[in-house]
Design a protein around this ligand. Sequence first.
Ligand code: SAH
Length: 346
Amino acid sequence: MIKSRREQFETLFPDQPAFRWKQIEQGLFSTAESWEDLTSLSKEIREKISSIPFSTVEPENILKSGNGDTHKVILKVEGDKEIESVLMKNKREAWTICVSSQIGCAMRCGFCATGKMGLSRSLTADEIIDQYRFWQRYLDERPELEGRISNIVFMGMGEPLANYGAVKESLNAILKHTDIGRTRITVSTVGVLPRLEQILTDDDWPHIRLAVSLHSAIPATRKEIVPTSYDEFLPKIEAWAKAYLKKFGNRRHHLTFEYVMLKDVNDSEKHARTLANFVKRIGNVRVNLIPYNLTGVEFQCSTGSATDLFQKILKEKGVVTTIRHTMGDDIAAACGQLIVENNKTK
Ligand code: SAH
């Protein structure tokens, strides 16, 4: 078990009042570049605290897409492991960061590069928070990049809900110490039902946006491309989604279903109609169609015309549908392409 910064602090300073940790956490989200910069702390604390890592992630390599709108970093974490994290320009003239929640992933989705790595370990809340802090500092140091981080998506390596506790802790810390609101954060999940059920009654779970990677509303197809799926998954996720929206849905709070467009696998008109009916039964759900980014030879991306027709069918049935704009594919930073290529994480 990796000890959190907070646990290390409490071991080092057992007699400090509780507000001290809050002060330190706030300092971590400030422009401070080291413990030394946290001048609100006494000199004695600053000296002693230096044994705790100010950052748990260490940049090893940064890649920039040709047009400069996507940056990817490989970060070294405890145990000589590596993760990837991405910064993308968004439509609001600001930046969206895509954070990893695990090193690798155990879900084995056939179209996802991370899925092929298997799971090495889950990240700690500090390691998730420090991805945000890394990009915040990156932008601070490069004023020419203009704009702040306005959105966070948990769509990097890993299955966030398979790392529920650390993801929740990182969400709560980010919401507390930054100006990023709940509607600007999206956690994407393959659909880990016990954890989704837990969210329904967990008072500490912050109601950020959730996106469920559906990829098919036909059970056999979903099982084929998402190996962790099972016969009862679709009716169960339908019941869950209805319960979730009943409890937390409103005009501003919807659910998203993600749908990766795989040529001749899930992109036919029948698939579109089945998906539309599925979504209509649930209610306030939006569909996000994702062009498939190449990760191997098993799948191909649907053609533009198949994707347009798919979207048209959904729209005709009244389903709000967007097509995700692919970014960073020239630096393998697009959805599903995150894998640390020198195989260190394997
Ligand atoms: N484990 C989470 C986060 C995955 S990444 C989840 O399953 O939702 C975010 C989205 O990208 C998911 O919907 C995922 O299925 C999708 N994705 C994975 N590989 C992809 C690829 N090669 N091309 C396009 N989208 C991909």
